[in-house]
Design a protein around this ligand. Structure first.
Ligand SMILES: Nc1ncnc2c1ncn2[C@@H]1O[C@H](COP(=O)(O)OP(=O)(O)O)[C@@H](O)[C@H]1O
Ligand SMILES: [Mg+2]
Length: 275
């Protein structure tokens, strides 16, 4: 593959509102993510994480700056179904079974594959076609649940279904906005593992929003620290820990040193704002 980043944001600025009440949600944001990386955005509420995700996913445009997904505009990448989105709460269609929810996007997106092949040059993926959704559901622990309706599932199961649905399209770039924040700790850890398994298998690029420091260290190759007023990137930390990252590593000092480092950078970001 060429060196075209999966995601490239340059001098991105986004302002909501006008005059004295205007909020600068993002200011001078530069972010370049090579294909296949797992990148987390972390920072206090209001620092522009969701705004950055929406802009990367083509749901919103910046007021200034450029955004490219595999070298093309996000809207074009979206039309070619290169971008998958897992929102904070899973938006499943209540009248369809889990299996039909996750297979539906394949049925309505026939033309996208050709466009996508042209843009990302990912001919292999296009040839391989859609993965077996039943198999993905089984892997995500939803084998028993695939013929049930969303209302019959727990919150964790619905969130898993939303992840499987997003992964099923084999997006080149997967953006996830605090997908696990509403879940209990045990479910969250199990979903983190499943996400990493799928990521490893499908070699997608992930942009993941979290406000949990340990979640960021567990999952990421790169942790991007953001600060508010104006929303901006203040630090980028490469997490140089081997994978898979299991329970043993989480108890090790190296792991806690990364957590401490990120917490320190978050505190510093607050102090610089107060100064
Ligand atoms: N649609 C909107 N209209 C007005 N202000 C918004 C809108 N979306 C976000 N903001 C403001 O922009 C800032 C960044 O928001 P957001 O990206 O949601 O932050 P985060 O996800 O980090 O909590 C906040 O001050 C928020 O109030
Ligand atoms: Mg948010």
């Amino acid at each position: 593959m060429t060196g075209t980043p999966a995601l490239d944001l340059r001098s991105v600025r986004r302002v909501y509102g006008f005059g004295p009440s205007a909020t600068t949600a993002l200011d001078d944001v530069h972010l370049s993510v090579p294909a296949g990386r797992f990148v987390s955005l972390i920072g206090p509420s209001g620092c522009g994480k969701s705004t950055l995700l929406r802009i990367a996913a083509g749901l919103e445009e910046p007021d200034h700056g450029t955004v490219r997904v595999h070298g093309v505009e996000p809207a074009e990448a979206c039309a070619a179904k290169m971008i998958g989105l897992v929102p904070q709460s899973p938006a499943l269609l209540p009248w369809l079974s889990v299996l039909r929810n996750v297979t539906l996007p394949h049925k309505i997106n026939k033309g996208a594959a050709r466009r996508r092949e042209r843009i990302a040059g990912n001919a292999e993926r296009a040839v391989t076609g859609a993965p077996d959704m039943r198999e993905l559901l089984v892997k995500a622990g939803l084998g028993e649940a695939m013929h049930k309706l969303p209302a019959q599932l727990s919150g964790g199961m619905r969130q898993r279904a939303a992840i499987v649905r997003a992964f099923g399209l084999r997006p080149d770039v997967l953006v996830m906005d605090e997908p696990f924040s509403a879940l209990d700790e045990f479910t969250r850890e199990s979903l983190q593992d499943q996400l990493l398994d799928l990521w490893d298998e499908l070699k997608t690029t992930v942009l993941f929003v979290t406000h949990s420091v340990s979640e960021a260290v567990r999952l990421s190759d790169t942790v991007v620290v953001m600060a508010p007023h104006p929303g901006r990137i203040v630090d980028t930390i490469e997490v140089d820990l081997e994978r898979p990252r299991g329970d043993r590593l989480f108890g090790e000092r190296r792991f806690h040193e990364y957590e401490d480092l990120i917490r320190d950078r978050l505190r510093r970001a607050w102090r610089s704002e107060a100064a």
